[in-house]
Design a protein around this ligand. Structure first.
Ligand code: SF4
Ligand code: SF4
Length: 194
């Protein structure tokens, strides 16, 4: 059975990433006329393997070979959602929204760039903390991150300083209605029906 996005490397295919993006987020990459202002202002562009404007261009081509390079890029995991690009874009292309969509799609298709595994571990640890306590529980999040990445010694000397300044609570503070937040996460991830 077709997954809907297979295609010949050099010909546009039927259900392109551009179409799925438009259907899911309402964003059209066709608005972009490649002025490059987003890449020029992006604070992370120099670290990215594909600059923001080039990511858009690749999606515009509707070619699977370019779409795959976008979905397996490191760049989509480096985006900070700082919104500098949107504020500069003359066509109001919402790049942070597009980056969010691309990360989700990359996960769904099992195409996450190996260099991004620590970033993904951070995302998962952060969301897990919010899911179970309703807010960020720093100590729990850092513990979960270290267990996922095995970076047990990283930033170890910072923790006592933060603790002495009262920035780290040893125990989590549950918010009122935290079970509702947990149910929300379960519904979004399909572990619970509506
Ligand atoms: S600033 Fe906007 S129009 Fe210019 S390249 Fe970036 S996304 Fe395209
Ligand atoms: S939102 Fe992402 S792509 Fe846009 S400028 Fe910030 S880091 Fe770069």
């Amino acid at each position: 059975m077709s997954s809907g996005y297979e295609g010949n490397d050099s010909h546009p295919h039927e259900t392109s990433l551009s179409d799925i993006l438009k259907a899911n987020c309402g964003e059209s990459v066709l608005k972009c006329y490649q002025c490059g202002k987003c890449s020029a202002g992006c604070p992370l562009a120099s670290e990215m393997d594909i600059a923001p404007s080039m990511l858009i261009r690749k999606i515009q081509t509707r070619l699977k070979v370019h779409e795959d390079s976008v979905l397996s890029s490191y760049a989509i995991w480096l985006c900070l959602t700082c919104e500098t690009c949107v504020s500069r874009c003359p066509k109001e292309v919402d790049l942070p929204k597009i980056m969010d969509f691309l990360r989700e799609e990359s996960l769904k298709r099992n195409m996450v760039n190996p260099k991004a595994k620590d970033i993904l571990a951070f995302h998962n640890s952060f969301l897990e903390s919010v899911k179970y306590t309703g807010r960020l529980y720093e100590v729990g999040m850092v513990g979960a991150y270290k267990l996922r990445t095995w970076h047990f010694l990283q930033d170890l000397l910072v923790a006592p300083k933060l603790f002495l300044k009262g920035k780290l609570g040893l125990l989590p503070h549950l918010i009122k209605g935290n079970l509702k937040i947990r149910n929300l996460f379960d519904r979004i991830t399909g572990k619970k029906e509506d």
